[in-house]
Design a protein around this ligand. Structure first.
Ligand code: MSP
Length: 647
């Protein structure tokens, strides 16, 4: 009988030499799942790769004076090295610049066009290049990109459009009929209420203003715009519309697309609609995990708060980092990344609980039996409870893994490890060792500990693949029948007369205070090196001359009113010395017009006047905002005349 298949994917990554621990998070989670399913006997396909086209790459390559392909080639080599370092066991690495992908995407585009799902029209609107996303006027936030807050460009160009709106009802129906399709549940509600029910607009799927993309075969002035190119990777990697569709037939539909929460919308609305239009089945599940947060904000390169996974792996090994990522944060929710928490987990869970259990067990077998257990064994009163915990742990882990609840699975495994440590306290082998007549009882205790360790070494394999073989080496067992999932279903598979080998300490304890300093230093250095290497962030600092170009003055609000049909805007008349200026600002959600009158504010005076909603705005008022959605106006510490310069 042929094996059951399991197809899991990560998003394809934008090529950046600064993939951070947040990116590794998606990949490590997918890897754990792929390894688990292999262990359970599935024929697994684990896909990852890189998303290499688009205006942003074209621009960066140009800035670096190389062609885009050369630029991405270098980075892809680096990304593959990183995945190797982190023990990522992908089966296929797709690059959207791969020939087979390009050909397949061209055929997909043509098929959609021939079926009438793609049509030509004109796109007019706003575009954020860093986010590679189009916005309507309504979606902009104070004229800026609602996602990243940066400047957007007004564009008008001939484009092809995909009839996304046509699929709205079918999508709602599919989501409602398949409660497992979008996970966790909260993301499902968000998609239906925030995006599908308010209505879908047709989607721009080609561009003419840049060249670095897949050309539309029947209209080569156009290149396929990012999402159709990128999302299709999940099926082109299987040979969809190629001469050999064998893998496609075997693995599609995917069992899980694992994605970060900000791209759930693309995967649960655009992607299924494209598949519906192609007449292909939809993926079984899209799981949107949360973000790794640092100091309260999403870790991201543009904020300069990224943690380099290589630094961590070099210092603690990939298994410790993988363990931390999957244990610390409940998969699906946002979670804080924090150096101290990482070191503490290594010390308490890995060194104390797990490492100690192994080293104590091996040391006692060495000390009391010269490294080899005798055949004779007599059970103790504590055995049944230990065995019961083993059975429960296995069945709970099986249940949790189906739901991608990695942290819960690890919690269960560690409960078993702690239970085994408690078993040592209960049976007190050092006392048994003093009494010759208790030797068989002692042998039984140590055997049971060895058997728990064998079982644990199999349970942790998906998460910590390089630790398991080290445990087997110390227990004196070989990979094979004794390390299969089936072998843990029945207690007692560990051979009776094992010969143990004292090995290296699995996870040495770390001096928290000393290490924290060293780690921070190493992280800083890695950041600087990368900046130096890529020249990125070279615009991070401005000179004093740059700053002097901004003319800041104190202004007094004389009059203020709401801007009609604009929820966020207030129009103020502001006295700055002898002149009065009209300024429109996006603060209506935080200040009422009445509150504004009489306030002293800081005004950027030499900003080019613009029209917002048709109303002239001659400057900008400064305000401070945080990630929790708070915004307050900036003012002076003591009262001062309007018109005073701010320097
Ligand atoms: N190229 C697109 C995906 C196209 S899939 C058809 C993309 N790439 S990405 O490189 O920006 O992000 C890849 C993955 O990394 C996403 O799932 C994203 O959510 C994840 N992460 C990036 N930063 C993250 C954190 N700080 N925390 C957790 N995951 C994060 O999006």
């Amino acid at each position: 009988m042929s094996k059951k298949t399991f197809y899991i994917t990560t998003p394809i990554y934008y090529p950046s030499d600064k993939l951070h621990i947040g990116h590794s998070y998606t990949t490590v989670a997918a890897d754990a799942m792929a390894r688990y399913k292999r262990l359970r006997g599935y024929d697994v396909k684990f896909l990852t790769g890189t998303d290499e086209h688009g205006q942003k790459i074209e621009r960066i390559a140009k800035q670096n004076g190389i062609n885009p392909k050369e630029y991405v080639d270098n980075i892809v080599t680096w990304i593959k090295k990183l995945w190797k370092l982190m023990d990522i066991s992908y089966d296929t690495f797709i690059r959207t610049t791969d020939d087979y992908h390009v050909k397949s995407v061209q055929k997909i585009f043509k098929k959609l066009y021939d079926n009438g799902d793609i049509y030509k029209s004109t796109y007019e609107g706003w575009y954020c290049t860093p986010c590679e996303t189009f916005f309507t006027e309504r979606q902009l936030n104070d004229g800026k990109c609602p996602d990243c807050g940066r400047e957007v460009e007004k564009i008008k160009e001939e484009s092809y459009f995909f009839k996304l709106s046509k699929y709205q009802d079918k999508l709602i129906q599919h989501i409602e009929n398949n409660p497992d399709f979008i996970q966790p549940q909260a993301r499902q509600n968000e998609m239906i209420n925030n995006f599908l029910k308010p209505g879908l607009e047709d989607l721009c799927v080609s561009r003419t203003s840049f060249k670095w993309g897949i050309p539309v075969e029947f209209d080569p002035d156009h290149v396929v715009y990012v999402w159709v190119d990128a999302l299709s990777n999940y099926i082109t990697a299987l040979g969809y519309l190629s001469d050999n569709e064998e893998e496609y037939k075997k693995y599609w539909p995917a069992d899980v697309h694992l994605v970060g929460k900000e791209i759930v919308r693309f995967h649960t609305i655009i992607w299924p609609a494209i598949l519906m239009a192609l007449g292909e089945p939809l993926p079984k599940k899209v799981f949107g995990h949360g973000w790794l947060i640092i100091d309260g904000g999403k870790m991201s390169k543009s904020k300069g708060n990224v943690v380099d996974p290589k630094v961590l792996v070099d210092r603690y090994g990939s298994d410790a980092v993988r363990y931390f990522l999957l244990r610390e944060v409940a998969f699906g929710q946002d979670g804080n990344f924090n150096n101290e928490a990482l070191i503490q987990r290594i010390n308490s869970d890995l060194a104390n609980d797990f490492g100690n259990l192994l080293s104590r067990t091996v040391a006692m077998i060495n000390k009391y039996f010269d490294g080899q257990l005798p055949e004779d064994k007599v059970s103790t009163d504590f055995d049944e409870n230990l065995k019961k915990t083993v059975t429960e742990t296995i069945s709970k882990m099986e249940e949790y893994m189906e739901k991608l609840l990695f942290s819960d699975s690890l919690t269960e495994i560690w409960n078993l490890i702690r239970r085994a440590n408690k078993y040592i306290d209960e049976t007190q082998p050092w006392i048994l060792a003093k009494d010759e007549s208790k030797k068989a009882e002692l042998a039984n205790v140590l055997y049971n500990l060895g058997e728990v360790l064998r079982i644990v070494s199999i349970l942790i394999q998906p998460f910590m693949p390089s630790t398991s073989p080290k445990v087997w080496e110390q227990l004196g067992i070989k990979e094979g029948d004794l390390t299969s999932w089936d072998s843990i279903k029945e207690w007692g598979k560990l051979p009776n007369n094992i010969s143990v080998n004292k090995g290296e300490i699995l996870f040495p304890r770390i001096d928290l205070k000393v290490e924290l300093e060293k780690l921070e230093e190493a992280q800083k250095k890695a950041q600087e090196e990368s900046v130096a290497k890529t020249g990125e962030n070279k615009d991070q600092y401005i000179s004093i001359d740059d700053f002097a170009k901004v003319e800041l003055k104190v202004g007094e609000v004389l009059k203020c009113e709401k801007v009609e049909k604009a929820d966020k805007l207030l129009k103020s008349q502001i006295k700055i010395g002898n002149e009065v200026r009209q300024i429109v600002s996006g603060i209506a959600q935080y200040y009422s017009p009445e509150e504004m009158v009489g306030k002293k504010v800081i005004v950027v005076c030499n900003l080019k006047p613009v029209k917002l909603r048709g109303i002239l705005s001659e400057g900008m008022i400064l305000a401070a905002s945080d990630d929790n959605g708070n915004m307050v106006l900036v003012s002076t510490d003591k009262d001062i005349e309007s018109g005073a310069k701010v320097e």
